[in-house]
Design a protein around this ligand. Structure first.
Ligand code: FAD
Length: 559
């Protein structure tokens, strides 16, 4: 199987569970936590189903800062245990998914001696918490080295900077790799399938679910249910136990993206203070763009549709302009997204002070929940949740996910093979790299399709994804809507000023042909994608804007 299998066969399997033929485990939620649980449990030999009410990773798991990191920021909160665990997980994930989890140098510019002393102590602690196994121990850079590492820094404004390393990734692609491995171990996963009620008893569980595409409802029976519903955790818990107490306190974080020509960065990311010098923001070269974020504010709005408000945008743009003096405005924004952290409510006043640790808790007989944590630590979270249920199921196998490779076993050989095939199809080197990053070993299958269908051109002029990806994702990655392709399988909603639609974009037409959409359905898909993106960005899409060609053939780039 090349991907996660067909939606139809997943629905068929999930809708035919009966007493005596029930699943061992039903997982609710197809973000990184649910995907990790499905893989962990399936690899221990359990029969597993996973249902996701929207697209896979459509919740917080597509809205992160794209880091797999130890979390330097958490030093202030003294989350030493979490930082140590996160650093270990970062290093493990780098070896399990080397095509996707990539080291990135970070530069922390310093303006005076006091800042140098303070950050120096913090970075020693950061290295020590990782037992000095961070990708490389931090070091101090002189003025020239700092300015060369971060071209956006105006000359003569800083005294130097610290260099340290973490990793970046593509959060959605990580979720997809974990799901694909789960399916290879026998899990059945299905998107656009909402859990509407849960009955947990001592004898076993049943969930009433609705296929959002056909509007058909059916029951799934399982011995155990784990809710991995992120910021929706309270809502799912309410389905099984209406008397429960609210656990979560959502915090909103936003990011903006800019083209690399407007915000010139080299290969290094920067860690910069906000305009009031109270918090730090990341400035990360990512895909075709540079992303800036994030905020951390208590959120009381609609958890289904957070958006970037004008004050969020102002905060990020002011931070950039105060450090880099670039005079950026709303007009320069090429993408913007808002995510909600599923933080566990505590005594702290500000959400920024709440713990990033995770919690596994009982909801009803045979039903448990897990929430909190970080993308980086999903594997540990998944292991903890599955450990909680194995005893009752008589499973004695320990978690195997520390050894299960995600995407490829030999990234160097893969890169060479994909480069050879891609060059034969005249695909530019950065687009070839992008295929390896997105699909791992499956990049060769995408190239087979590109060759067979004559689809090597970009999906959007000037951007990296190629046309064959639309067909591949429709066939093997359960794309149901246009926004699944443009927002998640490719990240065009985040990096392309036109969010993957507009002049020259072919994604909608290719999906229409592949999925048999009528002209009316295709127009609806484009309209919906546009409305959703404009709502989340808090800005109208500029469909006529010319796209940059920010990276030329041969330049370095990464996940
Ligand atoms: P989600 O991804 O939200 O998944 C829960 C899923 O459950 C959703 O897809 C939802 O649709 C589904 N669901 C809900 N109700 C139902 C139902 N009734 N039926 C079926 N499905 C349902 N972590 C890092 O390690 N590195 C970072 O750089 C980083 N940056 C971040 C930046 C921001 C701004 C934010 C907000 C978080 C960041 N995090 C980061 C944290 C990380 O993104 C989250 O901890 C993680 O993505 C949470 O994943 P999850 O699977 O628990 O939740």
């Amino acid at each position: 199987m090349k991907g996660i299998g067909s939606r139809e066969s997943a629905l068929e399997r999930l809708s035919t569970t009966r007493s005596g033929d029930e699943l061992d485990l039903l997982v609710i939620g197809g973000g990184i936590t649910g995907a990790g649980i499905a893989l962990d449990a399936a690899a221990r030999g359990m029969s597993v189903g996973l249902v996701e009410r929207g697209d896979f990773a459509s919740g917080t798991s597509s809205k992160s800062s794209k880091l797999v990191h130890g979390g330097l920021r958490y030093l202030e909160q003294r989350e030493f245990g979490l930082m140590r665990e996160a650093a270990q997980e970062r290093d493990l994930l780098r070896s399990l998914a080397p095509h996707l989890v990539e080291p990135i140098p970070f530069v922390l510019p310093v303006a005076d001696k006091w800042a140098r002393a303070k950050f120096g102590v913090g970075l020693w602690a950061y290295d020590a918490l990782a037992s000095f196994k961070n990708l490389s121990v931090h070091r101090y850079l002189g003025v020239d080295e700092t300015e060369a590492a971060v071209p956006a820094i105006p000359k003569g404004k800083i005294k130097g900077g610290f260099l340290f390393y973490d990793c970046k990734n593509d959060d959605v692609r990580l979720v997809m790799e974990v799901l694909i491995q789960a399916v290879r171990y026998g899990a059945v996963v299905c998107n656009y399938t909402t859990v509407e009620s849960i009955d947990g008893t001592e004898q076993g569980c049943a969930a009433q679910v609705r296929d959002v595409v056909s509007d058909a409802s059916f029951e799934i029976r399982a011995k155990k249910i784990i809710s991995a519903a992120g910021v929706w955790g309270d809502k799912v818990e309410h389905l099984a136990n209406p008397a429960h107490e609210q656990r979560l306190r959502p915090s909103k974080g936003v990011h903006l993206s800019f083209s690399r020509s407007k915000l010139p960065m080299g290969d290094a990311a920067a860690f910069i203070p906000d305009a009031e010098r109270k918090r730090f923001l990341f400035v990360i070269p990512w895909l075709e763009s540079v992303i800036v974020g994030t905020t951390d504010t208590h959120y009381e709005g609609d958890i289904d549709a957070p958006s970037v408000e004008p004050e969020d945008r102002r905060y990020c743009i002011d931070a950039i302009n105060s450090v880099f003096h670039l005079g950026l405005t709303d007009e320069d924004v090429t993408g913007a997204w808002a995510g909600l952290r599923p933080l566990i409510a505590g005594k702290a006043g500000a959400t920024a002070d709440l713990s990033r640790s995770h919690s596994v808790y009982d909801i009803a007989p045979n039903v448990i929940g897990i929430t909190g944590g970080k993308l980086t630590t999903y594997r540990r979270m998944a292991g903890d949740a599955v450990d909680r249920i194995v005893g009752d199921l008589g499973v004695t196998t320990k978690s195997k996910t520390g050894w299960i490779r995600l995407g490829t076993a030999d990234v160097d050989a893969l890169r060479a093979a994909v480069a050879r095939r891609g060059q034969a199809l005249s695909i530019a080197p950065d687009r070839i790299d992008n295929l390896v990053r997105c699909y791992g070993d499956r990049a060769l299958s995408v190239l087979d399709l590109a060759s067979e269908l004559g689809m090597s051109e970009p999906l959007v002029p000037g951007m990296q994804p190629i046309a064959a990806e639309a067909v591949y994702c429709a066939r093997h990655e359960m794309v149901v809507h246009l926004s699944d392709l443009l927002g998640r399988r490719t990240r065009l909603s985040l990096t392309d000023i036109g969010a993957g639609i507009g002049v020259g974009s072919v994604g909608a037409q290719l999906l229409a042909a592949e999925s048999g959409w009528t002209a009316g359905r295709t127009d609806d898909e484009i309209r919906t994608h546009r409305a959703e993106t404009e709502h989340e960005r808090g800005l109208p899409l500029n469909l006529d804007a010319p796209r940059d060609r920010p990276l030329e053939a041969g330049s370095t780039r990464g996940a």
